[in-house]
Ligand binder design. Structure first.
Ligand code: AMP
Length: 510
């Protein structure tokens, strides 16, 4: 039997294909019948453009239902889908196209001329366009095609997608994900989070990233349920549509932005059964505030581009603020010494390592890099530091590269951030290390206060003096309006490190 992910989805589609797969904010819909016919037409169009099984189909487009259909068409054609962040510049796109060598690149109509020139430079044979309203040459080509398409037979190990990692250090790497990786994770999440065909998932995430593209979309297709599909996060729209939804998936900033609104009330969330958070740490404070406001405990989970989802707080059991929960069924997690790979006793902090059907097939055209990031027994070295409590719940304490070593002691930013975020008036904070002449590195805290709150360096330091061991206390505290974040709401610690690199050394300027 073919293990093509689309074929597996198709087996889960509702018997009545007139059921709605996707609803737009203006009320227009894509039914499961539309999805099947349109993705068939698009798959035929891709084939006519020269796409063969195993070829890459790259897309840098605005979020739209049609963009999702291109993903599904690529699966059906046996191609490898390569979504690109809509914020990438031409220079970045040149690198991705040159590296992945797609047969077809789909871009926004507005940049067609520029992208065509760039594609010619790097040898990409076809450039097509797709606009945010489903306009452009690709849909035009698809409309001329028949809706019937025989899905290309795939094994579970064949590639379904390449997603470039956010690449905060060095070159961005293409994580190769197979049909089997994606299918296994979608099935496990559907069951763990108890999805049913009646679910209506409010979708405001981007679809170039694993969270919006795979977690939210694949679960829906694996269940035969419905997406309420927003072009992006807009608090007014979320508040308007929440009463029509049963599930929402978001990054932590979605939840902090909702909490900042007085009209985000318990009543609005009354029909919801689940709020999921991931892609960046959800502070225990936000978790508690959300629960007080709505009565819902946000379910936090942990994943990454390379591995899909790894852990989740339980649906039925206790959801612990500040923890990313337990390993998902079928996923093995261990905490190991970063240098030696030796498994560490329960409770100790080490690197989180992951093995299971969810773990990717390696980095595209980087066999050496791939080898470096796997242990010999097949565990992937995530680069995240964490610990496990006596009940098996996992806590992330930060990326290994964000670890601060001050005076020879390890300082885990997440621990310091959690203490600072509990101070009244703190909206959010990030803790980084800056070179220090005596200590090697000194702890620096950058804090965004709540609207109207007044915080200052001395006051924060005095509060922390009783809360944290001396070596963990920030030697400098900076107050700012906003922390630098990427599209997934992740604080860009590298930017902060660069900005505050000089605070303890000569000149001392920030
Ligand atoms: P990405 O590959 O862009 O999805 O980034 C994956 C990284 O995001 C992980 O390696 C973690 O560092 C971080 N991450 C994802 N989910 C969480 C979470 N729930 N809590 C803390 N960090 C997270």
């Amino acid at each position: 039997m073919s293990e093509n992910l689309f074929a597996i989805f198709r087996g889960r589609f509702p018997a009545d294909l007139s059921k709605v797969f996707l609803e737009r904010p203006n009320g227009s819909v894509v039914t499961y019948a539309d999805l099947t016919a349109l993705s068939g037409q698009l798959a035929n169009a891709l084939k006519r453009l020269g796409v063969k099984p195993g070829d890459r189909v790259a897309a840098q487009v605005e979020k739209s239902a049609e963009a999702l259909l291109v993903y599904l068409a690529a699966l059906r054609a046996g191609a490898v889908y390569l979504p690109l962040n809509s914020a990438y510049t031409a220079g970045e796109i040149r690198y991705f196209l040159g590296d992945a060598e797609p047969t077809v690149f789909v871009c926004r109509p507005e940049v067609e001329a520029e992208m065509k020139a760039l594609a010619t430079e790097v040898g990409v044979p076809r450039v097509e366009t797709l606009g945010s309203n489903g306009d452009g040459s690709l849909m035009e080509a698809a409309r001329a095609e028949a809706p019937e398409f025989e899905d290309v037979v795939r094994t579970g190990d064949d590639l379904a997608a390449i997603l470039y990692t956010s690449g905060t250090t060095g070159r961005s790497k293409g994580a190769m994900l197979s049909h089997g990786n994606l299918a296994s994770n979608a099935e496990v999440l559907r069951d763990t989070w108890r999805f049913t065909p009646e679910d209506r998932l409010l979708h405001a995430l981007p679809i170039f990233h694993t969270h919006g593209l795979f977690v939210a979309t694949n679960i829906t297709l694996m269940t035969g349920s419905t997406l309420i599909f927003l072009p992006g996060f807009n608090a007014n729209e979320i508040i308007r549509l929440l009463p029509q939804a049963t599930v929402m998936m978001g990054v932590p900033t979605f939840y902090t932005r909702l909490l900042a609104r007085e009209d985000f009330t318990r009543d609005l969330a009354a029909r919801m059964r689940l709020f999921v958070s991931g892609s960046a740490p959800l502070s225990a404070e936000t978790h508690k505030e959300f629960q007080e406001r709505t009565g819902h405990a946000i379910l936090e989970r942990y994943g990454m581009t390379e591995t899909n989802m790894n852990t989740s707080n339980p649906y039925g059991g206790e959801r612990i603020p500040g923890s990313v929960g337990l390993p998902l069924p079928g996923v093995e997690i261990r905490i190991a010494d970063l240098q030696t790979g030796r498994a560490l006793p329960q409770g100790e902090v080490g690197v989180i390592e992951i093995r299971g059907p969810n773990v990717f097939k390696g980095y595209w055209q980087m066999p050496e890099k791939t080898k470096e990031e796997f242990r010999e027994d097949g565990f992937f070295i995530s680069g995240d530091l964490g610990r496990v409590d006596e009940r098996g719940y996992i806590y992330i304490v930060g990326r290994a590269k964000d670890l601060i070593i001050s005076g020879g002691f390890n300082v885990y930013p997440a621990e310091v951030e959690a203490v600072i975020e509990a101070i009244p008036g703190v909206a959010e904070c990030a803790v980084v290390g800056a070179p220090h002449p005596d200590f090697g590195e000194g702890v620096v805290a950058v804090i965004a206060p709540k609207p109207g709150a007044h915080l200052d360096e001395k006051g924060v330091q005095t509060t922390l003096a009783n809360e944290l061991a001396k070596y963990k206390q920030p030697k400098r505290v900076f107050i700012t309006n906003d922390l630098p974040r990427n599209a997934m709401g992740k604080v860009q610690k590298k930017d902060l490190r660069d900005q505050y690199a000089g605070v303890f050394t000569a000149g001392g300027a920030s």
